[in-house]
Ligand binder design. Structure first.
Ligand code: 1GP
Length: 246
């Protein structure tokens, strides 16, 4: 697909992509989109707790920028025909098969009809995700941070299933992000694209996550609170990307 191809090109040329997550319920969505449009490589739209204005939100962002919009659905209602692509995700470490396979299956025909580009992704909730919304909604079996091998095994499994991306998620607003050991072992063992998000609020943290092996960094909350932070984040991610490519 076009969007995935573009992301892969950026990873190859710049070492890492920067994805900004916008909550469709966010009131200042236009203001945030206006700020991120010159820095993000793509905009993710979604969240774990319900969506009411998804179509409207996607249309509003589309008016502001031509950046690809990738849906990040929290459930089968997280789809909009106005977006470009969708992370077609399995919450592999949920204790409930609904989140691992039933929800994506129920959404599959809608994705086809809406002509959305599906980007196959393992969604892995790592400690401290249990304390965040996705942990509660997704009924997760939390992957501990002091056992990097467990996350890495899931990434390898994702690769064997044919998924090309794995998202190491500490949860939106997490008090601390996924640690570097978990990221580097996941990347080393699987070789697939590793997305890291949840609790990343400082450029120097994003920088070290990219050097550890992250191919993509996601920030959400930070930009809701301070849209201007996007520039510093972008610079840190691209600086680390360049160094990684050396
Ligand atoms: C949530 O990983 C994303 O799914 C972003 O988390 O809001 O903490 O940046 P933050």
């Amino acid at each position: 697909g076009k969007v995935e191809k573009r992301l892969n090109e950026i990873i190859e040329e710049e070492g890492a992509v920067y994805l900004t997550l916008l909550d469709p319920e966010e009131e200042n969505i236009e203001e945030i989109a206006e700020k991120v449009k010159d820095y993000a490589d793509a905009i993710m739209v979604g969240g774990s707790i319900g969506v009411v204005n998804l179509d409207e939100a996607v249309k509003q962002i589309k008016k502001i920028t031509k950046l690809p919009i990738i849906l990040f659905p929290g459930n089968v209602d997280g789809l909009s025909k106005y977006a470009d692509a969708v992370f077609y995700m399995s919450l592999m470490n949920s204790s409930n098969t609904y989140w691992a396979i039933t929800a994506p299956t129920l959404g599959a025909i809608t994705i086809l009809k809406y002509n959305l580009e599906p980007i196959p992704m393992a969604y892995l909730c790592i400690e401290p995700a249990k304390k965040t919304a996705v942990g509660y909604v997704g009924e997760i079996r939390e992957i501990p941070q002091n056992k990097p091998k467990i996350a890495a095994m899931y990434c390898l499994s994702a690769k064997f299933f044919g998924m090309r991306w794995a998202y190491l998620e500490a949860g939106s607003g997490a008090p601390y992000p996924v640690n570097n050991e978990t990221i580097s072992l996941s990347k080393k063992l699987s070789g697939i694209n590793i997305i890291v998000g949840g609790g990343i609020r400082k450029p120097e943290i994003a920088y070290e996550k990219v050097l550890a092996g992250a191919d993509a960094i996601v920030t959400g909350n930070l930009l809701e609170e301070n849209p201007n932070a996007v520039e510093m984040m972008y610079e840190a991610i691209k600086k680390a990307g360049k160094e990684k490519l050396k």
